[in-house]
Design a protein around this ligand. Structure first.
Ligand SMILES: *[C@@H]1O[C@H](CO)[C@@H](O)[C@H](O)[C@H]1NC(C)=O
Ligand SMILES: *[C@@H]1O[C@H](CO)[C@@H](O)[C@H](O)[C@H]1NC(C)=O
Ligand SMILES: *[C@@H]1O[C@H](CO)[C@@H](O)[C@H](O)[C@H]1NC(C)=O
Ligand SMILES: *[C@@H]1O[C@H](CO)[C@@H](O)[C@H](O)[C@H]1NC(C)=O
Ligand SMILES: [Ca+2]
Length: 268
């Protein structure tokens, strides 16, 4: 009896330390504070806080921010494989005043398998996706791509796509009513429903009604690991632009186990 008690205490201790189960997660950054990159609330690589926003590929004047990669991750590892996920970011991508005809490359929302920084290979059309060391792509990313790269089958220079273990999107859709690099505040909402196994991405200028841009049937249990880190990447190549995240809210909650049992036990 005492042995069993000890065993259960041991197992409980072990399971809580390896983050084996999804728990509800909720956080919100209405703006970003100066110290959020320094005190481990966020893990920032090549990114800085600037006027309450996160600047993902900053280029301190007089240097031009060309061939830059940046990455910001939420400081804590999460367990999301069996959870509803609803996250909204407001971003702003601006061309450089001297190079209005040449802008790039874009940014992403990533689900990363570790908290490593971006690798140098992530510059330009690779959107800061690969991690260091080893240049591995994240298991899942939503890309907001502002530069046409025919070699990567980009449809144009203004599209959103879902990237699994790589840079080529499937599906990918052009934005019709939103110009990503307009310098305007743009809301992007990423929603995952574990009951349907569906990932959906919506976008609109801030204050306008969100429109669904891409949707993919996936089972996150098969794609992302536990734990997982969520956040942003961005990159510039020889073309440049600024990539800012103005605010970010994230909510997730697990599929209730009781509901699953009920579904199994009680046929309708
Ligand atoms: C995020 O910023 C946009 C643009 O400034 C604003 O309209 C929106 O209310 C903000 N959202 C949150 C959650 O702070
Ligand atoms: C880190 O900074 C953020 C933003 O100022 C603050 O909200 C948070 O409480 C700080 N966290 C710690 C652990 O100091
Ligand atoms: C941008 O153009 C202005 C005016 O021609 C020039 O003074 C400035 O140095 C340029 N800046 C960069 C970063 O190229
Ligand atoms: C996703 O995979 C998990 C684990 O294999 C399974 O329990 C769940 O039912 C799957 N979800 C869907 C929507 O098929
Ligand atoms: Ca591109």
């Amino acid at each position: 009896m005492i042995f069993l008690l000890l065993l259960s205490v041991f197992l409980r201790g072990a399971s809580s330390s390896i983050l084996s189960e999804d728990t509800p997660i909720s956080f919100s950054f209405p703006s970003f504070a100066k110290d959020s990159c320094d005190n481990k609330t966020l893990i920032c690589y090549g990114a800085i806080e600037s006027s309450g926003a996160l600047s993902i590929t900053p280029g301190p004047p007089p240097n031009l921010p060309i061939r830059k990669v940046g990455r910001v991750l939420y400081g804590k590892p999460l367990s999301l494989q069996r959870s509803f996920i609803d996250t909204t970011i407001t971003i702003k991508i601006s061309r450089h005043q001297n190079y209005t005809d040449r802008a790039g490359d874009g940014m992403t929302f990533i689900f990363a398998s570790d908290k490593n920084g971006p690798s140098a290979k992530g510059v330009g059309e690779y959107l800061g996706l690969q991690s260091s060391p080893g240049d591995k792509f994240p298991p899942l990313a939503v890309e907001l791509d502002t530069c046409l790269n025919k070699n990567l089958n980009d449809p144009d220079d203004n599209h959103i796509g879902i990237d699994i273990n790589g840079i080529e999107s499937n599906p990918v859709n052009s934005l019709l009513d939103v110009d990503l690099k307009s310098g305007r505040a743009i809301q992007v909402r990423i929603y995952y429903n574990p009951d349907f196994g569906q990932l959906s991405v919506y976008a609109a200028y801030s204050g306008e009604t969100l429109v669904k841009v891409v949707e993919k049937p996936i089972n996150l249990s098969d794609i992302i690991p536990t734990p997982v880190y969520v956040g942003f990447t961005a990159a510039t190549g020889d073309f440049l632009e600024s990539h800012e995240v103005i605010n970010w809210t994230f909510n997730s909650f697990p599929v209730p186990p009781s509901l699953k049992e009920k579904n199994l036990v009680m046929p309708i």
